[in-house]
Design a protein around this ligand. Sequence first.
Ligand code: SF4
Ligand code: SF4
Ligand code: SF4
Ligand code: FES
Length: 946
Amino acid sequence: MSLVHETDYGTPVSKSSEMVTLTIDGQPVTVPAGTSIMRAAMDIGTKVPKLCATDSVDAFGSCRLCLVEIQGRPGTPASCTTPVGAGMVVSTQTERLKQIRKGVMELYISDHPLDCLTCAANGDCELQDMAGAVGLRDVRYGYDGENHTKQEKDESNPYFTFDPSKCIVCSRCVRACEEVQGTFALTIQGRGFDSKVSAGMAEPFVDSECVSCGACVQACPTATLSEKSLIEIGQPEHSVVTTCAYCGVGCSFKAEMRGEELVRMVPYKDGKANRGHSCVKGRFAWGYANHRERILKPMIRETIDQPWREVTWEVAINRVASEFKRLQAKHGRLAIGGITSSRCTNEETYLVQKLVRGGFGNNNVDTCARVCHSPTGYGLRTAFGTSAGTQDFDSVEHTDVVLIIGANPTDAHPVFASRMKKRLRQGAKLIVIDPRRIDMVRMPHIEAQYHLPLRPGTNAAMLNAIAHVIVTEGLVNEKFVRDYCDLDAFEHWASFVAEPQNSPETVGLMTGVSAESIRGAARLYASGKNSAIYYGLGVTEHSQGTTAVMALANLAMATGNLGREGVGVNPLRGQNNVQGSCDMGSFPHELSGYRHISDDATRTMFEKLWGRPLDAEPGLRIPNMFDAAIDGTFKGIYVQGEDILQSDPNTKHVQAALAAMECVVVQDLFLNETANYAHIFLPGSTFLEKDGTFTNAERRINRVRKVMTPKNGMADWEITLAIAKAMGFEMPYSHPSEVMDEIARLTPTFAGVSFDLLDKVGSVQWPCNEKAPLGTPVMHIGGFARGKGNFMITEYVPTDEKVGPRFPLLLTTGRILSQYNVGAQTRRTDNVVWHEEDVLEIHPHDAEERGVRDGDWVKLDSRAGGTTLRARITDRVAPGVVYTTFHHPNTQANVVTTEFSDWATNCPEYKVTAVQVSPSNGPSEWQREYNEQAEHSRRIAKVAAE
Ligand code: SF4
Ligand code: SF4
Ligand code: SF4
Ligand code: FES
C-alpha cells in the first residue's frame, strides 16, 4: 500500500461547454474556455511551478512563481490567473522564466526557517518542492536580513498549530476559509513585509470564528498550518480511502497511516459528496477509537446490579444464544428482538435484520431511524414512490431558491452547508423556516430573504399556508401537474389548501409569523427558476412529522420543482448510515428495498435464499418493544450500536422497559447509558476497523475500508455472524462484499451494486441496476417512481402537547457542530473544548421573568420529567421557546421529552415539549444519583478491563 496522491491542478475546473485549443511548449491542448493556462498545462503533463495556487480555490496571482511567456504578449503573465485563449502559444520553460522563478524562490527561502530536516512537513512541503523544481542552490541575499522566523506559534486549536514563522503569505488559507468553508475567519493583516495571516481580530484560533474544518490546513503549502497528530507521529507512509462515520453527508477521506497508527484524515478530493472538504468531526474527531474507556473484551453479568465479568468471545456469544433461546422457549418466539444501527455499515445492518427474521423467527427489528427520519420514508414514498431524497448534493449548484425548514445545516451537515453557502453567495435566495435563528439566517455574505420563526409544532399549518398562496395566487406549475401528477388528487388538495383556515392570515395567528412574510416566502419559492427544499429533524420529529413531509412533497409537485438538477425535496439525514439502515430492511414491516414483509412473492424470494420460513406479520417497533417489555411479553433485545436510553424519548419509560427485560445485549464501543441495563456487553469495532458501505443522504453508497485491525478482535459484522451461528442459523460469509452481493441479488434498487463497482467508480447512488448501471443522481426525471405524483391532504392537527400555566414554554432540541448525537464519540475527543455541556437557550424576556441570568443553573421540567442545566440568554429563540442540545448524558434532555409521536411512524415528538424553567442551585438529586451510578459502572468496567 502507498499514499494516495491526488493531483493539484492549480486552479478549479472550468464548467464551460465551449472548448478552446492552444499550444503549450509546442504541444496542442484543448480545454474548456475559462481554464487557466496552468491547468491546461497540467493536461499535457507540464507542471508549472506554483505556490499561491491550488485547485480548491480561485487563483490569486500573488507568488509570481508560475509566470509564463505568451507569444505576442508583453511581460510574463501568471499562468494561474490567465485564462486560455484560442490559438495562444505559451512557453512555460524559457531561460528568462527560470531566472525569475529562482529569484522569487530566493526571496521566500531567505525569510524561512531552515529547519527542513526537523520540520513536520519534511517530504510533503510545496515550498521545499518548488525550491527543487526551480533548481535553487543558493540564496544570494543570505538569511540574516529582517525576517519573520522568530514569530510565536499559536497552539490554541486542539488539532492544528499555526506557526507564522513558516508562513509565505500566499493566502491559500484565507481563500479556503472563504471559498471552501464560507466562514471568513481569516484575514491577511498589514501590508508588504508586515503582512500576516490572522484569525478573527488577531485572536488565538480557538477564540476566533474558526470552526476547525481544516480547509486552511489542507490548503497550506508549508508547515505553517499543520495537524498536531502529524507533528507528533510523523509523515504517513500509506493511505486508504474511506468514509466518515459521523453524519449523513458521507464525506470521503484518505485515512493516512503509519503502520497501524492513524496519522490524519484528509478529505478526498474525488469524494463525490464532499469534493475535498470536511468538518471538525470527520477530519479531527477520531481519537475516540483509541480512548481508554473503549471496551475491548466481551463482558457478562447475571443481573444489572452486579459488576461486569470479562469473558472470552466464545463464552459471550454462547451466553447470548442460550439466553435468547431460553427466553423464546419460555415466553414464545416473539419475546425477543433486535435494533440495527445507523452508525454501522449496510452489510452489518442487513445481517442484524437477517438474524432477527431468520434466526429469531420474527420481525421484531427496528432502527434508530424510527426516532429521526421514519416520516421521511413514509411521506416521500406515499408522494413519489421512493423513500429517499430526490437529488444529489451537486444539485445545489443549480438552485436559485433554497428553502431550509427544520434543519440547521452549518451545525448538523456542515460540509453540505458550505456548498449551500457558496451557492447563496453566488446569488441564490434563501428562505429559512425554523423557530430558532439558525446561523444560515445571517452570516458573512449571506442573509435569508425570509426567516419564518414559527412556533414549534406548527410546520404543517405553515406549509399549508404556503400552498394556499401558491394555489390562490395562480403560482401552480400547471403543465408539470398535468404531465406528471395524479390530477384528481391535485384538485382535491388544491381545494383543501385554498380553504380559509389555510390562509396566511389565519395561519399567521397560529404560527406567530406575519401573513406578509408567509406570502413573500411562498411567492419566492414558487417563482424561483429552480427551488429546492432541504429539511431535517425539525420537520420529522413531530406528531405530524409525516404530514409535514407530505406537505413539502406537495409544494415541490405543485411548483414543478422535481425531476431535474437544482430542485427537489431533500432530507438532510442525521447519522452516517441512516439512509442505508432503512434501505437494508431494518423496519419491522419491510424487507430491503422497502418491500412489505406481507408481500408473498418478496418474502418467498428471501425464504428461498436464507433457507428459513419468514413471518408475514410485521414485528414490533422500538416504542412497542418498550411497552411490551413493561407488559412482560418482550424479554430480550440485541442492540447494535445505538444508545437507546440516551437517544429515545421519555428516558424513565425506556429505563423501566430495559429493567424489565431478562437479557439485554449491547454491542458498542463504550459502556453507554443503555449498557447500565445490559447483561451482556459485546465490544464493537470502529469504522476504521472494518469493510463495508455507508449510504448517505443523497442515496450515495460509499465504501468504508478497513485501515487497521479491530482492537476488539472482531468487526461488528463478524459478531452478528457468530451470534447467528450459535443460534443455529448459519450465515456463511467470509467478507462484507459477499453480503453486498446478496443484498444486490435480493433488492432491485441495489441490483447493480458490488464492491468491485464501487472500487472502480468511487460511489453510486441507488437505484443502481440494469436501467441505471452507474446509479441515479437525480430521481423522478420524466415521471415519478410510483407513476403519477400523489398529492396528499395535510390537514393541520395541533399536537396534544400544549403549553399551559404549569408548563408555559415550548422546548425544542437540536445539535451543535462539534458534538455528535448522544456524544459517545465526540465527547471522547478534544471537541469538548467547544461544548463541554448542554445548555438551555432562553429569550431575555423569559429569563428576566424568571430571574434567570446568563450562566445560571436552571431546572427544566415537563410532565415527563426534569433535568438541570445552565441557561444561555439569547434572542436566537423567540419568547416562549427554549432550546437545548442532547449530547451529554449528565443532562439527559430526553428525560423531559414526552411519549407523543408521529401518527404514521411513531417517530417521537422531540421537537415540541411544554416545559417550565425555574432557577436552580445545580444538578438535581436524580441527576446526581444518575451521574454517580454511571460513574460507578464505568469504574467497574475499567477495573474489569485492567
Ligand atoms: S479551520 Fe476552517 S474555519 Fe478555521 S480558519 Fe481554517 S478554514 Fe477557516
Ligand atoms: S498559513 Fe499557509 S496557506 Fe496561509 S498564507 Fe501562510 S503559508 Fe499560505
Ligand atoms: S460533514 Fe458529516 S460526513 Fe462530513 S466530515 Fe463532517 S461529520 Fe463527517
Ligand atoms: S501560483 Fe500563480 S502567482 Fe502564485
